[in-house]
Write a new protein. Structure first.
Length: 140
């Protein structure tokens, strides 16, 4: 299985039988999963979406958005619960308007679940932790 390092963006091959939760990057030697959502910009986005063999759940948000701020702690906790089966990432739509435009983000927060570089599911609006984890697992 291929996993992109959240620290140096290198692609790592992890044996299927090896617990991914404890895997470390071959280049920078940091943990491949640290229980935190990964902040993505336009340059890193494609690599993480297309090259990870696990699904990637992306939160499209903005710093001025009240519901985004309310959901942020739930998204952090979901990263701890869903890893290593899912990588969680965040895209600031104010700082990355090209990504927001490419994925037709009309309301925020919007969550998009990607697998193999393709969008698999989408939901708009803030979710509590149980709904967020349940929605994600439902669409795996």
């Amino acid at each position: 299985m291929h996993l992109v390092c959240p620290h140096c963006d290198s692609i790592n091959r992890v044996a299927t039988g090896k617990p991914a939760q404890t895997a470390r990057c071959g280049r920078c030697h940091q943990a491949l999963f640290d229980g935190k959502p990964l902040a993505l910009d336009a340059q890193r986005f494609a690599r993480h979406i297309e090259r990870n063999d696990i699904p990637v759940l992306v939160d499209f948000w903005a710093p001025w958005c009240g519901p985004c701020k309310m959901m942020a702690p739930n998204f952090e906790r979901a990263a701890q619960q869903l890893a290593p089966a899912v990588r969680l990432a965040k895209v600031d739509t104010e700082a990355q308007p090209t990504l927001a435009s490419r994925y037709a983000i009309r309301s925020i927060p919007t969550l998009i679940l990607f697998r193999g570089g393709q969008e698999r599911a989408r939901v708009a609006g803030a979710l509590d932790l149980a709904a967020l984890v349940g929605w994600t697992r439902q669409h795996l």
